[in-house]
Design a protein around this ligand. Structure first.
Ligand SMILES: NC(=O)c1ccc[n+]([C@@H]2O[C@H](COP(=O)([O-])OP(=O)(O)OC[C@H]3O[C@@H](n4cnc5c(N)ncnc54)[C@H](O)[C@@H]3O)[C@@H](O)[C@H]2O)c1
Length: 238
């Protein structure tokens, strides 16, 4: 495949490496320095774009790809107020869009486990739940997109919880989502249930960015030739 990388930062560079290792070609690298100068001719041979930029630019980058009929895989977090609008345009105009707040296969198994455990916990109201995430100090958004996905799944599955709050829960209907920023941590997430007698935790710790990059390149391979909106559930069938 001929790939355009949009956002050539830490993730963009990992994706380049994984894509080259899997026999793909990187035809274009767009970053804050050159994206405004991109021309129609630069985009015409691209099979798929992989976008990991920042919360301010993801929406316009995805729309740029839609405008040029380029299938796009995005992993940028912190812009999801525009997510529904993006999916609607994708479906209405038959574009191709893949989104995951986390491309690691382990995290997607963790999402399923989280939802299963939350449903089980409906019977055990003595346990309160909270979510913690730790990332490197350069991360712009907090809580992480992955922590938000975990928390939304708790709200869907755990009847006694109605909303979430950053750092501390102000009442028993609410889930506290705590964010920590430390060194170079690629991404740790933990869901903890606690009663007065014990604590039960499920946890995922990424060892590097490679797992995210591989998931994104697999998603790019998956969407070429398809139209519509896709997520990790479509690709992994879990
Ligand atoms: N979904 C996942 O699995 C996953 C995993 C890791 C990181 N992320 C997310 O991916 C994003 C990027 O993470 P990172 O660690 O590579 O960050 P980074 O800061 O290292 O890289 C971001 C890059 O985007 C560039 N950029 C800024 N404005 C741009 C624009 N208008 N168009 C194109 N590029 C632009 C920046 O110059 C920078 O090079 C973040 O939102 C992060 O939370 C998602």
């Amino acid at each position: 495949m001929k790939i355009a990388i949009i956002g050539y930062g830490k993730m963009g560079k990992e994706i380049e490496q994984v894509a080259l290792d899997r026999g793909h070609e990187i035809l274009l690298k767009l970053d804050v320095s050159n994206i405004r100068n991109v021309k129609k001719e630069d985009l015409q041979d691209i099979d798929v774009a992989v976008e990991f930029s920042n919360p301010e630019s993801a929406f316009s980058n995805i729309n740029l790809c839609f405008d040029h009929n380029i299938p796009i895989v995005s992993g940028t977090t912190g812009w999801l107020d525009k997510f529904n609008e993006t999916v609607q345009r994708c479906k209405r105009e038959q574009k191709t869009f893949f989104y995951a707040s986390n491309y690691s296969i382990g995290v997607n198994l963790f999402f399923k486990l989280n939802s299963y455990l939350a449903k089980m916990m409906n019977k055990f109201s003595a346990y309160d739940v909270h979510v913690e995430e730790t990332h490197h100090t350069q991360k712009l958004d907090a809580p992480s997109g992955t922590a938000i996905t975990l928390t939304e799944e708790l709200l869907n599955s755990l009847d006694r919880k109605k909303n979430w709050e950053k750092e501390a829960a102000s009442n028993s209907d609410s889930i506290a989502v705590m964010s920590f920023r430390e060194g170079k941590v690629p991404g740790n997430h933990k869901v903890t249930y606690e009663s007065s007698f014990d604590k039960l935790m499920i946890e995922h710790n990424a060892k590097s960015r490679k797992g995210f990059a591989l998931g994104a390149v697999l998603a790019a391979e998956f969407i070429v030739g398809k139209t519509g909106y896709f997520s990790m559930n479509d690709m992994l069938k879990i």
